[in-house]
Design a binder for this molecule. Structure first.
Ligand code: COA
Length: 257
């Protein structure tokens, strides 16, 4: 598959998806979002891929936001359409993806860039990373899920403070807030993400898919996540991963999923 704004490298069951617009600090234009959507679609049903790592090219930025140059002249209708299609094509798609997705935050993660990281299931950051929502400084609000996912992840008070002030925080502040789960030296970021991906690969893909969907249900007020958990728990018992997992335990060997 040929892409203009991203690259995709698959190795040892891990797919590395890199946003390749370093001259614009990997800002997300519409074409890039469409390419991310296409790449994810291809990975969803590719059994040779178990974990995806998303990162930005270069050592300065993960993603410095939506592409301001592209949307600066948008109308109300175009603005709404930009947000709606972004939610559908990329941000919600990642959030509910059937395989774990790790954000490798290698520099600025601002606006849509931070929203991209927040939609991923696990966030690992290099020490040089800076995160924030500068939208209100542009007369905007976060439009790719930031007002919803940030409070879910770090709590309402801290989310409001960050979004209202538009200030940037560094990786140690992000760690302290629970916005990222690990901070490492910037040069070790790739290695740390691969280590985490390899831990994920050892576990049942069926169980992981269920867990992603159930944890997301915890944030849907009109759905009964407890009932869904009970049903999903039952369905594990008729899945081959359960047979492999329990047999391997009883026979004192490692499971192969
Ligand atoms: N959209 C489009 N282009 C962007 C961009 C964005 N979100 N962020 C950075 N760029 C471009 C710059 O316009 C510049 O391009 P140019 O050389 O054609 O002028 C290039 O990337 C390098 O950025 P620059 O601002 O020169 O780097 P810097 O090191 O001085 O500052 C930032 C880095 C991240 C602090 C600064 O680029 C910035 O504030 N970016 C916008 C962040 C933002 O508001 N994001 C939310 C958008 S809704």
């Amino acid at each position: 598959m040929n892409f203009k704004n991203i690259s995709l490298k698959n190795k040892n069951k891990i797919s590395l998806l890199t946003i390749e617009r370093p001259d614009n600090l990997n800002a997300l234009n519409l074409e890039t979002l469409s390419e991310i959507n296409k790449a994810l679609k291809s990975l969803e049903f590719d059994n040779s891929v178990r974990v995806i790592i998303i990162t930005g090219s270069g050592n300065k930025a993960f993603v410095a936001g939506a592409d301001i140059k592209e949307f600066s002249k948008y109308s109300k209708k175009e603005g709404e359409e930009m947000a709606r299609s972004g939610h559908q094509k990329v941000f919600n798609y990642i959030d509910s993806f059937s395989k774990p997705i790790i954000a490798a935050i290698n520099g600025y993660a601002l606006g849509g860039g931070l929203e991209l990281a927040l939609a991923c299931h696990i966030r690992i950051s290099g020490r040089n990373a800076k995160m924030g929502f500068p939208e209100t400084t542009l007369g905007l609000i976060p439009g790719y899920g930031g007002t919803q996912r940030l409070p879910q992840i770090i709590g309402k008070g801290r989310a409001l403070e960050l979004i209202l002030t538009g200030k940037m925080i560094d990786s140690s502040q992000a760690l302290e807030m629970g916005m990222v789960s690990l901070v490492c030296e910037s040069e070790d970021l790739n290695k740390k993400c691969i280590e985490t991906a390899n831990i994920l690969i050892n576990n049942s893909p069926f169980a992981q898919k269920e867990v992603i969907s159930l944890v997301n249900l915890a944030f849907e007020p009109n759905k009964n996540g407890f009932e869904s958990e009970i049903k999903a728990f039952g369905s594990c018992f008729q899945n081959s991963d359960f047979i492999e997992g329990t047999n391997s335990f009883l026979n004192k060997r490692k499971p192969e999923f």
